[in-house]
Design a protein around this ligand. Structure first.
Ligand SMILES: CC(C)(COP(=O)(O)OP(=O)(O)OC[C@H]1O[C@@H](n2cnc3c(N)ncnc32)[C@H](O)[C@@H]1OP(=O)(O)O)[C@@H](O)C(=O)NCCC(=O)NCCS
Length: 170
């Protein structure tokens, strides 16, 4: 996909919270299919409980970044602080937009807007996530990319993103 066809906003508007909240349900449902994910965190009405949606709209250290394509929300990233690092807490591309580079373009933009240390954790069985989070850190990291097993079901990748000129900010 042409980079110009996907843009990333630093913070979703309040009016986009309901749409992103709905997409989040599809995202959590998709992730729950991987082994070792806790599929038991649903309300009696079948909705996944996600405790941080409101926090994403109020806490200054959290970012809820929509990926926009021709007026539609094609995906989103939720970013939070984890110690001294930023963590890609959630990352989703709507199925109809997949395989065209939205994840790569969106992820690149989000990472480059936040130079410094990053961590991403993904399920070991999630091939697309592994592909993306192998490729992007190698492309954008200023320095070493560290990866390994987080727990029996998950892998982590840690790296530092330089600023857009490629150097690390203080
Ligand atoms: C993972 C995900 C974000 C990829 O989004 P996408 O827009 O399809 O990704 P892109 O088209 O930008 O592809 C970028 C790279 O990701 C990897 N990738 C994407 N889809 C893949 C697939 N089906 N299998 C293996 N690697 C894949 C590849 O490295 C790809 O580069 P390439 O096309 O040159 O091989 C998307 O599949 C998704 O939302 N999945 C469900 C939610 C999820 O797993 N989120 C990640 C949680 S950490």
């Amino acid at each position: 996909m042409d980079d110009a066809l996907v843009s990333v906003r630093q913070q979703a508007f309040l009016g986009e919270k309901e749409t992103i909240g709905s997409l989040l349900q599809f995202y959590l449902d998709e992730l729950s299919c991987f082994p070792g994910e806790n599929a038991g965190y649903r309300d009696p009405d079948g909705k996944y409980r996600y405790l941080y949606l409101d926090a994403c709209w109020v806490e200054p250290e959290r970012f809820r970044c929509p990926f926009l394509s021709e007026g539609s929300i094609a995906g989103f990233a939720f970013v939070r602080m984890a110690g001294a690092s930023r963590e890609m807490a959630e990352f989703y591309v709507v199925p109809g937009f997949r395989g065209w580079g939205v994840g790569e373009a969106g992820g690149t933009e989000v990472l480059q807007r936040h130079p410094g240390p990053w961590a991403v954790i993904f399920n070991k069985q999630n091939g697309p996530a592994r592909g993306l989070w192998t490729r992007l850190p190698r492309k954008l990291a200023a320095g070493r990319v560290e990866s390994g097993e987080m727990d029996p079901g998950h892998e982590y990748v840690r790296f530092a993103v330089g600023d857009r000129r490629g150097s690390l900010s203080a």
